[in-house]
Design a protein. Structure first.
Length: 198
């Protein structure tokens, strides 16, 4: 975490790093995009040279770009890419869930999937794989990217403002709240899934 904190404390490269991590997370879910966005938000509250609007823009643009790449992999790479990146049981389950949800709820799932662990990659890839209309995909993905950037960056930013004397506490509180949100979204998704007619 400390190397990431140090990297994000150095503008203007900090914005490029945040963009790259947010984009890369769409292809490699192990990329710490939410952690990076929260940390960048904390830094925007603590360091005058880190501009909050630039942090928000970098996070949202990176998220949108990564989702578009994932869509293109699904659309033009198709089945070979599915076997390469989603061959494990978790990956297959994410793709299957995303396919079902896209069929049932269309673009709304692209917004919700942003907050489901592993759901973002499965939803964007499956959108391309199933030929989901790109302009509709782009609209909902842009909304999802902006909502996610506002949520994660501002979580860190307000944590940094409240705990400006103790930045590590600000990071810890912001991460704890992010975990609560993720667990809540996943719990709601499972409850809705159980309540839906099979």
């Amino acid at each position: 975490m400390e190397p990431l904190y140090d990297a994000l404390a150095q503008p203007p490269t900090a914005y490029l790093i945040l963009f790259a991590i947010a984009a890369g997370d769409a292809i490699f879910p192990a990329f710490p995009s939410e952690s990076a966005a929260i940390l960048a938000g904390v830094l925007a509250a603590l360091e005058p040279e880190i501009a909050l609007p630039a942090v928000l823009a970098a996070a949202a643009a990176g998220a949108f770009s990564g989702d578009s790449v994932s869509y293109a992999l699904g659309r033009f790479g198709g089945r070979p890419a599915q076997r390469r990146f989603f061959d494990g049981p978790y990956g297959r389950r994410a793709v299957r869930w995303s396919c079902e949800q896209l069929h049932l709820r269309g673009g709304l799932i692209l917004v919700v999937a942003r907050f489901v662990p592993g759901g973002r990659t499965g939803a964007t890839f499956t959108s391309g794989l199933t030929g989901f209309h790109y302009w509709k995909f782009a609209l909902f993905t842009a909304i999802a990217a902006c909502v996610w950037a506002l949520y994660a960056v501002l979580l860190g930013y307000f944590g940094g403002r409240v705990f400006h004397e103790r930045p590590l506490l600000a990071v810890g509180v912001a991460f704890a709240l992010a975990v609560v949100v993720a667990v809540g979204v996943e719990g709601t998704r499972r409850a809705v899934r159980r309540g839906s007619p099979s």
